[in-house]
Design a binder for this molecule. Structure first.
Ligand code: FES
Length: 125
C-alpha cells in the first residue's frame, strides 16, 4: 500500500450525522482534539479536518490535500498553519490558502458552544 493510499483516510476520523438543519452540525466535545493537533470528521459526503492549535481557537478545512489527497488532519499544526504529512504543502488554518504552492482548500467556520464544536455549513451547495 502506498503512502498516499494509507493517508486517504485520516488516522483519527469520526463519522457524524448529517446536519439536521442543513447548516450546522455538532461535532462533539472539543476535548476530542488534543491541543496542537487536528482530527477528521466525516460529514455527509465530505471529510472536514478540525484543528485545535495552541492559540485556543478552532479552524476547519477540507481534509483532502489538493496535491495528492493527503489527510490534512494528520499534518503538523503550528504558526497558524498545517503542513500536509505527505509532501509538505503548507495551508493557512484561517483561510485554507496554500502558503508554498498555488492552491487552496475550503475553510469552514467552526465555533465553540458549551464545550462542543459546531461546524457551520452555510453556503454549502
Ligand atoms: S498530498 Fe502532497 S502535499 Fe499534500
Amino acid at each position: 500500500m502506498t503512502l498516499e493510499a494509507r493517508s486517504a483516510r485520516a488516522c483519527w476520523e469520526t463519522d457524524v450525522d448529517s446536519p439536521a438543519d442543513g447548516r450546522s452540525i455538532d461535532l462533539g466535545t472539543v476535548d476530542a482534539i488534543p491541543v496542537g493537533e487536528g482530527r477528521a470528521y466525516r460529514v455527509g459526503g465530505k471529510t472536514v479536518a478540525v484543528f485545535r492549535p495552541r492559540d485556543g481557537r478552532l479552524y476547519a478545512l477540507d481534509n483532502r490535500c489538493p496535491h495528492r489527497a493527503g489527510s490534512l488532519a494528520d499534518g503538523i499544526v503550528g504558526g497558524g498553519a498545517v503542513i500536509c504529512p505527505l509532501h509538505g504543502w503548507k495551508f493557512e488554518l484561517a483561510s485554507g490558502r496554500c502558503l508554498n504552492e498555488s492552491a487552496r482548500v475550503r475553510s469552514y467556520p467552526v465555533v465553540l458552544m458549551d464545550g462542543r464544536m459546531i461546524l457551520l455549513l452555510e453556503g454549502e451547495a
